[in-house]
Each structure stands twice: as structure tokens, then as C-alpha cells.
Design a protein around this ligand. Structure first.
Ligand code: TMP
Length: 210
């Protein structure tokens, strides 16, 4: 069998802040494991010791939007080299909470970073690795704002992106939806305003069809 024939599946989760991705990561990983392959669960920014330190900087420190873009791709290079590519080469499945669509949505859509720059970094850093499936948890910014405010009232400190305006969240959401429209074969859009159980049923169907 060739290396390519045994390559694992690469699944990413996306959505605006408060869209509920994290609620479903454990369930998705279990459902994927039930398909019989080991599953590596990871996240961006982060997923490696260097990446996690960059995450702290990215989520805590105000910076030029180009710097932000360069740092997310620096963390991603490390993540691909040390975690994602080796796992896929072993034949494992990778479930990654956010990936490059988040850069297109947040730095591109949200902050207006030039798409040619993002495309160039994507080509350089990815080295041909791309998600097979991306689940986009979609909901209106007003709903996510309510969720984030409740989390803050319960004592959680909101990070730099969670404190951005609703207008920023609208631009991020629009960028995500545009990417989903451009690549319908890769994306599944999940309506995240519905009860957790209903969302879970849909996620189970998506994973079982992988
Ligand atoms: P999380 O809250 O889902 O863990 O994501 C961390 C934040 O990082 C989230 O607000 C989105 C942001 N982010 C970017 O701005 N660009 C990126 O490329 C990635 C991966 C995340």
C-alpha cells in the first residue's frame, strides 16, 4: 500500500467565538474513533509547546494585524511539522479545533489583512496539506454575544477576540460563510442555534458519512 493510500482524514472545526465548537469536540472524537482509526485531537492556535506559547501572546496581546497573521502561521508550521503531518502519515485521523479557515475569517474578514498575503503564507506553510472536511458551527453574532456574556458573568475572562465588537463577529461570520460557499464539498454548515442534542445528531451523521 502506498503512503498516500493509508493517509488519515483531517477534520477541522470552525465558527465565530461562542458558536459552541468546544462543546462537541469530545463527542466528535469518540464518534471518529468508532470508525476504527486512532484520533488525534488538537487545536489552533496551539497544539505544540511553542504553539501554545504563541497562543497566549495572540489571545492576550494587542498587535499589528500582519504580526498576528505571521504568528498564527508560525504556530501552524510547528503544528503541521510536529503533530498533524506525522499523524496523517501514520494513518491516524486528526480532529483540529480551528485551522487556516480561521485566519481567512479573523485576520482576513475581521481585520482586513490582504488575501494575497494569507494565500502566500498558506501555500508556504501548508506544503500541500489541507483539511478533508470542515464543520462550520454557524450562528448569528447576537446569539454568540449572549453566550459570551453569560460565560463572563460566570467568571470566565474573555480573550482579545471574544471582546471584539459584534460588527467584527459579523465580518468573521460572513468570511466563513463565503469560504463554505466556495468549497461546498469540504464544508458542512451546522446551525448552532439548535439544542446540543440536535446538533449532536447531525454531527454523528456527518462523521458516519466520512
Ligand atoms: P478558540 O477560542 O476557539 O480556542 O480560538 C482562539 C481564538 O483565536 C479565536 O478567537 C479565533 C482566533 N484565531 C485567529 O484569529 N486566527 C487563527 O488563525 C486561529 C486559528 C484562531
Amino acid at each position: 500500500m502506498t503512503a498516500n493510500a493509508t493517509r488519515g482524514r483531517f477534520v477541522t472545526l470552525e465558527g465565530i467565538d461562542g458558536a459552541g465548537k468546544s462543546t462537541h469536540v469530545g463527542f466528535l472524537a469518540e464518534r471518529m474513533r468508532a470508525r476504527g482509526r486512532p484520533v488525534v485531537t488538537t487545536r489552533e492556535p496551539g497544539g505544540t509547546p511553542a504553539g501554545e506559547r504563541l497562543r497566549e501572546l495572540l489571545l492576550g496581546e494587542p498587535m499589528h494585524h500582519d504580526t498576528e497573521t505571521l504568528l498564527v502561521f508560525a504556530a501552524r508550521r510547528e503544528h503541521l511539522a510536529r503533530v498533524i503531518s506525522p499523524a496523517l502519515a501514520r494513518g491516524d485521523w486528526v480532529l483540529c479545533d480551528r485551522f487556516t479557515d480561521a485566519t481567512w475569517a479573523y485576520q482576513g474578514g475581521g481585520h482586513g489583512v490582504d488575501s494575497a498575503r494569507i494565500a502566500e503564507l498558506e501555500r508556504w506553510v501548508h506544503g500541500g496539506v489541507h483539511p478533508d472536511l470542515t464543520i462550520l458551527f454557524d450562528l448569528p453574532p447576537a446569539v454568540s454575544r449572549g453566550r459570551l456574556e453569560r460565560a463572563a458573568a460566570n467568571g470566565r475572562t474573555l480573550d482579545k477576540f471574544e471582546r471584539e465588537s459584534d460588527d467584527f463577529a459579523r465580518r468573521v461570520r460572513a468570511a466563513y460563510l463565503e469560504r463554505a460557499r466556495a468549497e461546498p464539498a469540504r464544508f458542512r454548515i451546522v446551525d448552532s442555534t439548535r439544542p446540543v442534542e440536535t446538533v449532536r445528531d447531525e454531527l454523528a451523521r456527518i462523521v458516519d458519512a466520512l
